[in-house]
Design a protein. Structure first.
Length: 485
């Protein structure tokens, strides 16, 4: 599990995977939808959410009688298939959602395969004393209902499945409608792995047409004992209002501070690497920069050297008119700005073309200097657009960065060699993830220590979820015996 990839290794993995990209990937001859892929029916996909829940419950009952070792065998096959079919899912994800980048999505699947904890994450604890022995074990909930996003669709389905199966659960997914074929491909992959390892034919299930109604059936169904939601504020709120135990992994708007002690060249490259990863779709990715005025010019130069394209204030305002659109609240009539879904996760070159700027394909991020109030700073764009705000000192940097994070307490980044300043910002911003002197993805184990997850549960406090997040603690008391001293 302790994989710490260097940048060269990541490039090597991506290069070797890209070589096989044509194999099995969706092409003109391959028809795909939410229930089939290249003429093959996907396993575990149902028209009716109730049927999906019944199937997952049968799968859960089947694995209850299996040993932990057998569960680990299922997970081993999931990891293998995830690696082998990463290019297919990456290409399918981009083709279906029109968001992100195939090479980066491929690397994300490799990360899930290699660094999502399995059954080793499930442990027991014992307390002994004058009254005997008390054992606490991590037990499955039963069937977990999981809502997954369009931004990391198959990554989240597979990552959730590994953790939830390791914990002994069955799973029903209500995936994002815009990524349903990709998500259901991953559901099928998990079921194929399960059957190959001697488990039930269906252990995880999904629906052909997910809607808010199918989500509501899931919320209310008595067999669903735990809800896990990975998505924006609306859906997290709806899950937390369900009346059931729920894990909510919501939105963020990660700020980055760069001070005058940082290695500026490295900071510029790290920030562009993180911000442009999968075209800024990951919720942890750098969304706005607060740079000390004294180093801001040097930082911008470093960013340009790392593949960023600097636009003017006027161009930034023009782009903001395109990537953000008005939405009227049907209840209050109040109009507010929301992100234009057609621009989320698009290549920097595509976004630049919308304001009449043509660049070559090695440009991977758009940067601009803005004031703090600019919509690029205030909105979670999920696009490779990075606003830079000049600040005079650390006090102003922390003050503005905390405000820009909007209390999501999700992720923040800082480039500095001053330990006091790093500590001050980490304490003030109170985020689940705080990355120092590295690209954002180091926070989920990509070139950083620690396990990975694509469900970062800030609102409900589980943090970077893993198998143990999907368990309930049960106690067994053996009074006045079983103590050997
Ligand atoms: P989204 O919020 O648009 O949708 C998430 C899922 O919820 C989809 O399946 C959608 O159909 C469903 N949904 C939406 N409203 C619902 C409601 N009221 N009731 C039931 N279901 C509902 O998410 P998205 O655009 O695909 O993902 C992007 C958002 O998710 C961003 O805000 C991002 O920060 C966040 N995100 C967070 C994490 C994390 O780990 N914290 C991970 C990925 C994405």
């Amino acid at each position: 599990m302790a994989i710490n990839w260097t940048e060269a290794q990541i490039e090597q993995i991506v290069a070797s995977v890209m070589k096989n990209l044509g194999h099995g990937a969706p092409d003109a001859d391959c028809q795909w939808n939410s229930t089939s892929y290249c003429g093959r029916n996907l396993i575990g996909i149902y028209e009716d959410m109730n049927d999906a829940i019944v199937a997952a419950e049968a799968g859960y009952k089947a694995i209850r009688s299996m040993s932990v070792e057998d569960r680990e065998k299922i997970i081993t096959v999931i990891r293998r298939l995830c690696r082998e079919e990463a290019p297919i899912m990456a290409k399918l994800g981009v083709a279906e959602t029109k968001m992100g980048r195939v090479d980066h999505k491929t690397a994300k699947h490799m990360l899930v395969a290699d660094k999502t904890p399995g059954t080793s994450d499930i442990t027991a604890s014992v307390k002994t004393g004058d009254f005997g022995l008390t054992l606490t074990e991590m037990a499955p909930f039963g069937v977990v209902g999981s809502i997954t996003p369009s931004t990391n669709p198959s990554e989240t389905v597979i990552c959730n499945s590994i953790g939830m199966i390791a914990a002994g659960n069955g799973v029903v997914f209500n995936p994002h409608p815009n990524a349903i074929a990709t998500s259901n491909y991953a559901v099928d992959l998990v079921n194929r792995a399960c059957a190959e390892a001697g488990g039930p034919r269906v252990l995880v299930a999904s629906v052909a047409k997910p809607t808010l109604d199918t989500a509501n059936i899931m919320y209310k169904h008595p067999s669903i004992r735990l809800l896990v939601c990975t998505g924006g504020p609306g859906v997290v709120k709806s899950v937390l209002s369900s009346g059931k135990k729920a894990i909510g992994a919501g939105a963020g708007n990660p700020p980055v501070i760069v001070d005058d002690t940082a290695d500026i060249r490295k900071a510029g490259k790290d920030i562009i690497d993180g911000c442009s990863f999968d075209n800024n779709l990951p919720c942890i990715a750098e969304k706005e920069v607060f740079a000390f005025d004294s180093i801001a010019d040097e930082l911008i130069d470093a960013m340009k050297g790392a593949g960023a394209y600097l636009i003017t204030k006027e161009q930034a305002d023009k782009l903001a008119e395109i990537v953000l659109v008005d939405k009227k609240n049907p209840k209050t009539g109040v109009i507010s700005k929301i992100v234009n879904r057609d621009c989320v996760g698009r290549d920097a070159a595509v976004l630049l073309e919308k304001i009449g700027v043509r660049v070559c394909s090695n440009i991977r991020c758009i940067i601009c200097e803005t004031e703090f109030e600019h919509p690029f700073v205030q909105h979670e764009l999920m696009m490779p657009i990075l606003p830079i705000v000049r600040v005079r000192d650390i006090d102003q940097a922390i003050d503005l960065a905390v405000k820009a994070e909007h209390g999501c307490r999700h992720t923040a980044h800082m480039h500095s060699k001053n330990v006091d300043r790093l500590t001050r910002f980490a304490r003030a911003v109170e985020t689940t993830i705080f990355v120092k002197n590295a690209p954002s993805y180091a926070g989920i184990g990509f070139g950083g220590e620690g396990h990975t997850t694509f469900t970062i549960a800030g609102p409900t406090g589980e943090g970077l979820t893993s198998a143990r997040s999907f368990t309930r603690y049960r106690r067994c008391v053996l009074s006045e015996s079983f103590r050997i001293i």
